[in-house]
Design a protein around this ligand. Structure first.
Ligand SMILES: [Zn+2]
Length: 508
């Protein structure tokens, strides 16, 4: 080969390399764009300030108020609100001059609802959908810097539900997988147990309210994170690693499980992984173990987030997602999530994240639905055992997971809890007094309609203790002392639906 040929080949190789690099960069940008769209970033953000209004001293008069123990409605109370707090509750209160008055006669006042497990992703419009549903507090279970900023702005007086922000999920991977999971799935990589301290310290420095555990952690890393979280004074919450026996939970400082599923899975592992053939045997096993497990949870004050409705919905999403989609308030869910992308499945039939593919046929669909029906039944058995042992149950929905519409889904959850055997009062407590104690630093008193408590409340047109479905009959929402009447709540919902319609590529 002479020199000219070598030079020509060299030139072409350089051109090829440049083209390959350009293609690579374009693919990375495309993937990144799709990930953003799937998180909701493609939807116009509604300006919340337009709905804000001032927080004025207000009296809600002649209203029935949920009692402190949550078991009864106390008739004909006046509730005085000022500076974001409940100032007084009583019958025939002498009201100061000039307070706004809201006629509460024939109405029911309950504490603002909390969804203990949500995913806000890149969808700030969800904050309005929560408020419109009486959800005045949410606990973000895969938090990022945006969520921390939203939390702080709301705490400083912007309109929105109070936020508790846990970190993104911590897992242990090698260098390459760790980076890939960080980029595509928002996982935080703890490369080795000796890195646990540094990771947790940086989360604490960033201002997270809790450290969120993933399912794939090994025992050594789990223990290291447990020690690190205790050292940093951060609650250790989230999944329970599937590889660990429950003994490791009892020996840990983990204070909260992100789903009842964590226990259902641990018992499934003890049982030896059930299938449809031994479903009844698995359920009998769960029933036998449930009391002991519930007692251990109660003894260690480990709170459990319910997310029952989601698990119950999976049988339907597996076999007939069109039926589920017809049932839910899809208009208010971010279209990025609902539609999915070429890289991530969404909620719609034919491209639903849980759906059984057509290749499995009717038999495959039925088998999957039967499996998930069994798993949901295991959840209900565990829920009742936890209730009987006084475990701190927190209603949570895993909102923005396939099929779970922010805000609206909390009412579905409360109803699922009652259908499974909780009383309406117990169901309501799981979304009010129970999570109030676990809303993070600076939370103050919340979760009750009583003097000194945060003025986060929901005014209902019907009594939720008679029928839990009445939590949907929302007349007004009070958040941080601001009263949002029905007209304003409807306007908030309409603005979000409009923004969603603007970014839809598949008509509903
Ligand atoms: Zn989740």
């Amino acid at each position: 080969m002479n020199r000219t040929t070598r030079a020509a080949i060299g030139k072409w190789l350089l051109i090829l390399l440049a083209v390959a690099l350009a293609l690579c960069a374009a693919s990375l940008l495309w993937v990144d764009h799709q990930l953003g769209r799937f998180a909701g970033a493609g939807t116009a953000v509604v300006d919340r300030a337009g709905f804000e209004g001032p927080a004025r001293p207000t009296a809600i008069t002649g209203v029935a108020v949920l009692s402190a123990d949550g078991e009864a409605m106390l008739a004909d109370r006046d509730v005085l609100i000022d500076q974001g707090r409940i100032v007084a509750v009583g019958t025939g209160l002498a009201l100061p001059e000039g307070v706004d008055r809201v006629d509460g006669s024939g109405r029911y006042l309950i504490p603002g609802l909390v969804d203990a497990h949500v995913h806000l992703k890149q969808s700030p419009n969800d904050l309005l959908v929560y408020l419109a549903n009486g959800v005045t507090g949410v606990r973000e279970m895969s938090g990022n810097a945006d969520h921390l900023a939203w939390r702080d702005a709301i705490e400083a007086g912007r309109l929105g539900p109070r936020l508790f922000v846990a970190s993104e999920k911590l897992e242990r991977h090698g260098w390459f997988t760790g980076h890939f999971q960080r980029w595509t799935r928002n996982r935080i990589n703890v490369r080795a147990p000796e890195h646990a301290d540094a990771v947790v310290r940086s989360l604490a420095a960033d201002g997270y309210d809790a450290v969120k555990l993933g399912s794939l952690l090994d025992h050594e890393t789990y223990r290291a994170l447990d020690r690190a979280a205790a050292g940093a004074g951060l609650p250790l919450i989230g999944h329970y690693p599937v590889a660990l026996p429950l003994e490791a939970l009892w020996a840990s400082g983990q204070g909260e499980l992100a789903h009842i599923e964590e226990i259902a899975k641990a018992l499934d592992a003890e049982f030896g992984w059930f299938g449809n053939a031994d479903a009844d045997e698995y359920l009998r096993f769960v029933a036998r173990r449930s009391d002991e497990v519930a007692a251990a949870l109660a003894e260690r004050n480990i709170a459990v987030v319910t997310s029952l409705w989601l698990v119950e919905s999976i049988a339907l999403q597996k076999a007939a997602p069109a039926d589920l989609v017809a049932e839910i308030e899809l208009r208010y869910a971010n279209p990025g999530l609902v539609e999915g992308t070429p890289l991530s499945k969404g909620w719609l039939p034919g491209h639903n994240a849980y759906e059984v593919g057509p290749e499995a046929g009717a038999a495959g669909r039925e088998a999957a639905a039967a499996y998930w029906a069994t798993f949901a039944e295991a959840h209900r058995i565990l829920l009742r055992a936890m209730r009987d042992r006084g475990v701190a149950l927190m209603a949570g929905t895993d909102a923005n997971t396939a099929g779970v519409v922010p805000g609206f889904s909390l009412h579905d959850e409360l109803q699922s809890l009652v259908s499974a055997g909780l009383s309406p009062a117990q169901s309501l407590r799981s979304a009010t007094a129970a999570p109030a104690a676990r809303m993070g630093r600076g939370a103050g008193k919340a979760g009750r309609v009583a003097p000194g408590y945060r003025a986060d409340m929901v005014l209902l047109r019907a009594d939720p203790l008679l029928d839990i479905a009445n939590t949907r009959a929302i007349e007004a929402v009070v958040v941080g002392g601001r009263v949002l009447d029905r007209g304003r709540l409807d306007a908030m919902l309409a603005a979000v639906a409009d923004a969603n319609d603007g970014s839809r590529t598949i008509a509903l």
